[in-house]
Design a protein around this ligand. Structure first.
Ligand SMILES: [Zn+2]
Length: 481
């Protein structure tokens, strides 16, 4: 038995190299991020998982407000007829809808849809709120849960009910709307790269991959450790048909009747899945410090040389002090050994551990251990804040660097599908190539279980990966979640 396999077994997590998918399911359960709900395809987000979501929300909510949006709350139930007003939209969502037909003990006159997204209800309200050009731009965001009936679900990646924010805006000009969609894409990229430490590829979706009812869909995607792409969020220029379908008429600056240009953009609890699959290792999760629910775990070490109360007093004093600057927890459970505490908090991915034992207390030092590489340092109490701050920053950038190097190794450039199809199917990874934009060529990818992920501006390949016709710019192809 190889050492790796042995350690994987003793640690109780499936091998991350050979059984990535099992590892993923198991770590979510063992680290207490989420649990299965009684309804198939639904999950319960447990407190540790929810605390992570709250940290992510905090960052994103600030970005949303700083870019001039206001939060509002729209209802969960939408009249079914609203979804039918925009043909592409209903066609795209019909198979995934959950519909309420009975309520209050009676059959409803009109069935109600549990929102799969809120364009329709929000646009209905926009039509009433936008009377004149003075009412524009209108920039609203909603934090909500939505329901899309999923046949095959995976925790955080694809669940029947999920949590997200959805931004919806209306503008006077197409340029303004485009600028809005791009601005929010950049905010998402900043969140992903500088907070979640996940390197991003961003671009436009192909016609067949874009949002049902959008003119343009921008996407940002990461490459997971198993070589599959993960769409982490999208930002859309919504079709003018929505404005017409919801009769969103207003009086423009010249007194004429006009319809606003619309956008919508969203990111979901899927970001948690991305974080797990980007940074985790054989020992468990690794939380990027900037969004870690717990940044520092303090573990008092009890020995016979000092009364337990004395160790606790010192440990709690440290906690109180460090709490002013960091998210800190103390694990003073006396029923488990320090070893099993180390294991537990490594599994949960806490970036930094501090041990406080009798000898450390006498010398007024603490031992810091990094979750990323296990490096230990002994630090004098008076230097703790400073050292923790710089070590957390180091961990944050190491995680990003590591993910970027891994992605670079899995990012291939190749002119012909016939040359890369085997590796695409068996090894995964990003394949940058040229594409004529025809659906016929795009559909060739299906047999390798791959799709176009995004169109990028770079143009290294002049011809299509399949038919040899001219390619306007490169495309990224991958297998995806
Ligand atoms: Zn082609």
């Amino acid at each position: 038995m190889s050492d790796q396999k042995k350690s994987a077994q003793t640690q109780g997590l499936p091998n991350i190299q050979t059984s990535f998918s099992d590892w993923y399911n198991e770590i979510i359960y063992q680290a207490e991020l989420a649990d299965q709900a009684p309804v198939r395809g639904c999950i319960v987000i447990r407190p540790y998982g929810y605390a992570l979501w709250e940290e992510i929300k905090k960052v994103l909510d600030k970005k949303i407000k700083d870019t001039g949006h206001e939060n509002a709350q729209f209802p969960l139930l939408i009249p079914e007829s609203f979804l039918k007003r925009e043909a592409e939209h209903i066609e795209g969502f019909a198979p995934e809808l959950a519909v309420v037909t009975h309520a209050g003990g009676k059959k409803l006159e009109e069935p109600l849809v549990v929102r799969p997204t809120s364009e329709t209800i929000i646009h209905y309200m926009f039509a009433q709120w936008i009377r004149s050009w003075r009412d524009l731009p209108l920039k609203i965001n909603q934090w909500a849960n939505v329901v899309r009936w999923e046949m095959r679900s995976r925790p955080f990646l694809r669940t029947t009910e999920f949590w997200w924010q959805e931004g919806h805006t209306a503008h006077e000009t197409k340029q303004e709307a485009l600028h809005e969609a791009q601005t929010m894409l950049l905010e998402y990229i900043d969140l992903a790269e500088n907070y979640l430490a996940i390197p991003i590829i961003a671009g436009k979706k192909s016609e067949s991959e874009k949002f049902a009812g959008a003119d343009i869909t921008f996407t940002f995607e990461g490459l997971m450790q198993d070589g599959k792409a993960l769409q982490m969020g999208t930002s859309h220029m919504i079709s003018q048909q929505f404005a017409h379908a919801f009769n969103m008429k207003y009086q423009d600056r010249s007194g004429k009747e006009a319809y606003p240009y619309l956008t919508s953009w969203g990111a979901t609890t899927r970001l948690i899945g991305a974080l797990i699959m980007t940074h985790g290792d054989q020992k468990g999760l690794i939380m990027p410090p900037r969004v870690a629910p717990i940044q520092v775990i303090i573990i008092p070490i009890y020995t016979k040389s000092m009364p337990q109360e004395e160790v606790d007093t010192a440990a709690f004093a440290l906690k109180e002090r460090l709490e002013k600057n960091f998210r800190v927890k103390i694990d003073n459970d006396t029923h488990v050994t320090p070893g099993s505490k180390f294991y537990k908090w490594e599994l949960k991915g806490v970036p930094l551990r501090i041990e406080v034992g009798p000898r450390d207390i006498e010398q007024q030092v603490a031992v810091l251990t990094s979750r990323v590489n296990g490096a230990k340092q002994t630090v004098a109490w008076q230097d703790l804040e400073h050292t923790i701050e710089s070590t957390l920053q180091e961990i944050q950038s190491t995680l990003f660097q590591r993910a970027r190097e891994r992605r670079a190794a899995q990012w291939h450039k190749s002119a012909k599908l016939s040359e890369f199809s085997h590796d695409l199917e068996t090894k995964g990874g990003f394949y940058q190539t040229g594409w004529c934009r025809s659906l016929l060529c795009e559909e060739q990818l299906k047999q390798y279980k791959a799709t176009t992920r995004c169109l990028i501006e770079e143009r290294q390949f002049l011809n299509c990966f399949y038919c040899d016709q001219e390619s306007p710019s490169d495309v990224i192809i991958a297998k995806a979640y």
